[in-house]
Ligand binder design. Sequence first.
Ligand SMILES: [Zn+2]
Length: 151
Amino acid sequence: MDLQTLLPRLLPRAIAWAEAVAADTAARGAPLSALALADARTVGVQRPEQIRVLMVDHLPLPADPELQAAALQTGLLGPNMTGLTLGYSILICDGHLSRRLLSHECRHVTQFEHAGSIASFLPAYLSAIVQVGYWNCQFEQDARAHELSDA
Ligand SMILES: [Zn+2]
């Protein structure tokens, strides 16, 4: 599957899926603790009180077969992923909550705030992933650079 070619066609569906997961997480997730609020501010989040965190046993996969295949091919929603941030909504896999992972995901919230919406952030993020890969993408490098170490 050539994702660079497919991406423009997949983007509207990817955005719709991300917005739906974000809304569900916003409705069911928990706000950050006082300590995590401070960490979120440290990594640049402007409105950390908007963040909701939902613990899940696995990250959600889109039902759309093409979208699901693309998510797995990029590694974005693969078995090694333990966190996912969509707007102010953060999903963390059970057993993986740590200060390091949460600060990493909060940095993605900062990136999203700079873009202004999921619909404007996701195209930039996904084209970067498709072009240079998950590990080398500028947004992942930036998030890794802002991780706060576990106590
Ligand atoms: Zn990341």
